[in-house]
Ligand binder design. Structure first.
Ligand SMILES: Nc1nc2c(c(=O)[nH]1)N[C@H]1C(S)=C(S)[C@@H](COP(=O)(O)OP(=O)(O)OC[C@H]3O[C@@H](n4cnc5c(=O)[nH]c(N)nc54)[C@H](O)[C@@H]3O)O[C@H]1N2
Ligand SMILES: Nc1nc2c(c(=O)[nH]1)N[C@H]1C(S)=C(S)[C@@H](COP(=O)(O)OP(=O)(O)OC[C@H]3O[C@@H](n4cnc5c(=O)[nH]c(N)nc54)[C@H](O)[C@@H]3O)O[C@H]1N2
Ligand SMILES: [Mo]
Length: 780
């Protein structure tokens, strides 16, 4: 019997080495396993783990709100679980009694670990909703702009993903793939909940072997790698200019008189308004290939020939246009996604096999999967949030800095709540949020910050109460992810480090002090809970005609291979095919029931920064703007190849890629030469917001004028200065903290200009992975 564990980057088999020590091997049925997980066993047993509950000294000695400016510097005092549970319970009661539940921010965004029961955010919600509720977040850092925009235009992101057209359909029907931001293998290593059978490489191979050609608009060549070079063309555009290129391609198709009039009139509304904008009827600016060429710095002639190829692929097959999520993580990030749908609508192949648009092939393992499962997986039940206090996820610093302040969101005027307590379990804002110097300043506002963490990262170091959480290797669970063919019976093989506990047990302990311990646990052990969740899911599956084994059999077998279900969209789906076939019988949920190339709803919001049709709007920070004189390099802070965000940055696999111990930054040889930088040099990246060190990696595979520093290097501030330097290379020292627009208020990490210089001072020692200072109670 195979015994497995599961992570967001794959499933792994437990085995033993010759000396009887535990080993992890890739799950045998995974055709292209990710190396990320192979070093997780050593990493999770390393000294970076949080072993015991710990309280920041000033908070413990003088109470909530004391010297919040010392968060990140104060030493910690380790305490017992009993004391920790009581401190947390009393503090929650104090804050709720004095300021109301709204004052508790438990938005707690983050990926945490795989496993449906030990899902930190679900456990947190179950707990918080039982004590009267809390302020929560809406949207994701992944695709906030698309999430808010696309329901106005076509359909929610989640629905498009569930029916995302699969690789095998592309192989049969697609002759040309035009992708913006590639389909990077590095990102498809991962899937939320687990990427159990990695299929980007095999998917692409299938499509290449069927004779398809690829055009990749991206500042980075490695964003698309296929098995045969001669079928791939790389067009390195300026970052942030994709909407202009897409709109110009749409206009050139119309100019060729090859736009699909039938599709545009039967399935879409608003083509005339879009056309008026493209043709210059509204403002005299013609959005043609020459116009886009000047903005994106790509050859105009190539855009014209491409437009023709897109409406007439060589062998009569279809054209798929795709965009990475990164494009919309930018100022006016709504626009490239609206432009993508508009371009696909003009081509008229939406809903046909192999044509239309993709919302993120390669962003994770899921898009392109032939497997469908229309049921959500096993889920921890929790009551709805009793209070309606919601803040867009990336507005956290704004929220903390402007209590009561008004802001616009998707047609609404809202006010930020006044937060006094922040509770985080399973995410790392000191990794994920933009402009960390600003976050650090905002972070001083609440009286109390409570964190469940596995490791002593910057979030834990900036907390008042740190509660040690287990990792997946130390707990049993059910490993489930959308559109994966298997469900994994995750097996614990290691004891928790120190006295760490599962998030569930931590909340159960606090609930017991608050008098609702039994209501929280329902007197079930974790394994009994898993059985309960499994059996409830099994019943829902059975109603859909799918027979799953009982829990004991599932545990014994070690996994369950989901049977192939035929019927509605369940195998090899084609996105929007029902709507295509019968737009009246299967209308979209947009106001018109059709694709909205012009939205009256958005027009009524009257947002200058989000016009009612796809547009190109000049961002504040881009290589064509005035600020580029001072900061002439565009920083791309992409997803890291060797870890998941900040998770496992301390693993051997992630550390091996560092340069002089710093996060590698990709730089074109010409940009390096201009600055006297050699391969392997430590460099300083900076702008008006902050600075960080990084290790230079010279490569021609990046557009000159662009540098790439992946996210997730643990924040390692040199000192407490307001604009301190990160010694390690956290890209969010440099990124801008602003909303995509008043529509979505999403993060704009990719719109970021910087300067770079060779670092000549004495190299500061890294402290990112050091433990904080601990002091005894008497020293407190
Ligand atoms: N500049 C820039 N910034 C970005 C992005 C970008 O492209 N550029 N991308 C953004 C995107 S798309 C995302 S999704 C975010 C990701 O941001 P996050 O999801 O916040 O990042 P992670 O590093 O995965 O954080 C997970 C944290 O949870 C902890 N953890 C793991 N398992 C458990 C558990 O079981 N219990 C508890 N209590 N803790 C656990 C881990 O130790 C880790 O600290 O980053 C965003 N930030
Ligand atoms: N290994 C690994 N995989 C991951 C993650 C991880 O942390 N590690 N994170 C996962 C998560 S949470 C998410 S949301 C997805 C994110 O998926 P994406 O948002 O698509 O990922 P990124 O790596 O940020 O960007 C993809 C590529 O887009 C390119 N790009 C950046 N800006 C522009 C632009 O303006 N125009 C064009 N044309 N291209 C541009 C970059 O070169 C980059 O390599 O990845 C997931 N996959
Ligand atoms: Mo994400």
């Amino acid at each position: 019997m195979t015994e497995l564990t599961a992570s967001h980057w794959g499933a792994y088999e437990w085995s033993l080495d010759a000396a009887g020590a535990h080993l992890l091997r890739p799950y045998g049925a995974d055709p292209d396993p990710s190396p990320i997980g192979l070093s997780m066993l050593d990493a999770y047993r390393s000294g970076t783990r949080v072993m015991r509950p710990a309280v920041r000294r000033s908070w413990l000695t003088h109470g909530p709100g004391t010297r919040t400016d010392l968060r990140g510097q104060d030493p910690f005092v380790e305490v017992s679980w009993e004391e920790a549970h009581t401190l947390v319970a009393q503090e929650l009661q104090r804050v709720i009694a004095r300021h109301g539940n709204e004052a508790v921010y438990a938005g707690s965004y983050g990926w945490a670990s795989a496993g449906r029961f030990h899902h930190a955010q679900s456990q947190l919600r179950r707990f918080m909703h039982a004590i009267g509720g809390c302020t929560v977040h809406s949207q994701t850092y992944s695709y906030a702009a698309a999430e808010v925009l696309l329901p106005h235009v076509v359909a929610p992101m989640t629905e498009l993903e569930v029916f995302h057209t699969s690789w095998d359909v592309l192989a049969r029907h697609t002759s040309l793939v035009v992708t913006f931001g590639g389909m990077p293998w590095k990102n498809a290593q991962v899937g939320a909940g687990g990427a159990f059978e990695h299929r980007l490489r095999s998917g692409l191979n299938m499509v290449v072997e069927a004779g398809c050609r690829f055009v990749n608009f991206s500042p980075v060549r490695a964003d698309l790698e296929v098995s045969a070079d001669d079928v791939l063309e790389w067009i390195p555009l300026r970052p942030g200019t994709d909407a202009a290129v897409m709109l110009a391609l749409a206009f050139e198709v119309i100019r060729l008189d090859r736009h699909d009039r039938d599709f545009l009139s039967r399935h879409c509304v608003g083509f005339d308004s879009l056309h008026a904008y493209l043709s210059g009827r509204t403002d005299g600016v013609v959005r043609d290939a020459d116009w886009a060429s000047a903005i994106a710095d790509v050859p105009a002639q190539r855009l014209r020939t491409l437009a023709l190829q897109m409406c007439q692929p060589a062998d009569g097959g279809r054209c798929m246009v795709n965009a990475a999520w990164a494009l919309q993580r930018a100022e006016h990030g709504e626009q490239p996604y609206w432009a993508l749908v508009s371009l696909a609508a003009v081509l008229g192949q939406i809903g046909l096999p192999g044509g239309g648009f993709g919302v993120g092939y390669g962003c994770e393992n899921g898009p392109g999967s032939p497997h469908g499962l229309l049921q959500p997986g096993p889920r921890l039940p929790f009551a709805p949030n009793p209070i309606a206090s919601v803040v867009p996820v990336a507005r956290i610093s704004d929220m903390l800095l402007n209590p009561g302040g008004a802001y616009q969101f998707n047609g609404l005027t809202r006010r930020y709540p006044d937060i006094d307590l922040v509770y985080w379990a399973g995410g790392n804002p000191f990794h994920h949020h933009q402009d960390i110097n600003r976050l650090r300043h905002a972070w001083r506002k609440p009286s109390t910050v409570i964190v469940h963490e596995q490791v002593w990262n910057a979030l834990a170091k900036h907390a008042d109460i740190v509660l040690p959480a287990t990792s997946t290797l130390e707990r049993d669970d059910i490993g489930f992810a959308y559109r994966e063919p298997v469900v994994i019976a995750m097996k614990a093989k290691l004891p928790p480090p120190g006295i760490a506990q599962d998030d569930h047990a931590i909340f159960a302990g606090i609930a017991a002090v608050m008098g609702f311990g039994d209501a929280f646990t329902e007197s079930r052990s974790p394994l009994k809970w898993q059985e309960y969740l499994w059996e409830a899911w099994r019943e829902r599956l059975s109603a859909d005609g799918v027979a799953a084994p009982d829990f004991a059999t599932f545990r014994k077998d070690g996994l369950w291979r989901i049977p192939v279900i035929s019927g509605h969209g369940a195998v090899s789906p084609v996105m929007l095919s029902d709507f295509r076939r019968d737009p009246e019988g299967h209308p979209l949920k947009t106001p018109s029931g059709r694709i909205e190339l012009f939205s009256h709803t958005i027009a009524a919001f009257a947002y200058e920064d989000c016009p009612p049709h796809a547009s190109w709007i000049e961002p504040t920070e881009w290589l064509g703007g005035a600020l580029a004189q001072q900061f002439p390099l565009h920083l791309i802070s992409d997803q890291p190849a060797n870890r998941l965000h900040s998770q496992l940055d301390f693993s051997a696999h992630s550390l091996a890629a560092k340069v002089a111990g710093r996060e590698p930054v990709w730089v074109h040889p010409e940009d390096a030469r201009l600055r006297g930088i050699a391969n392997g040099d430590v460099v300083r990246l900076f702008n008006a917001r902050g600075a960080c060190l990084a290790g230079a990696v010279m490569t021609e595979a990046i557009r000159p004028g662009v540098v790439k520093l992946s996210t997730g290097a643990w924040f390692d501030p040199q000192d407490d200065a307001p604009q301190t330097l990160c010694k390690h290379g956290n890209a969010n020292m440099l990124t801008r903290d602003a909303g995509t627009s008043r529509l979505a208020q999403g993060p704009v990490a990719q719109s970021c200009l910087v300067q770079m210089e060779r670092f000549t001072g004495p190299l500061p020692e890294l402290s990112a992975f050091d433990l904080p200072r601990f002091v005894g109670r008497t020293d407190a």
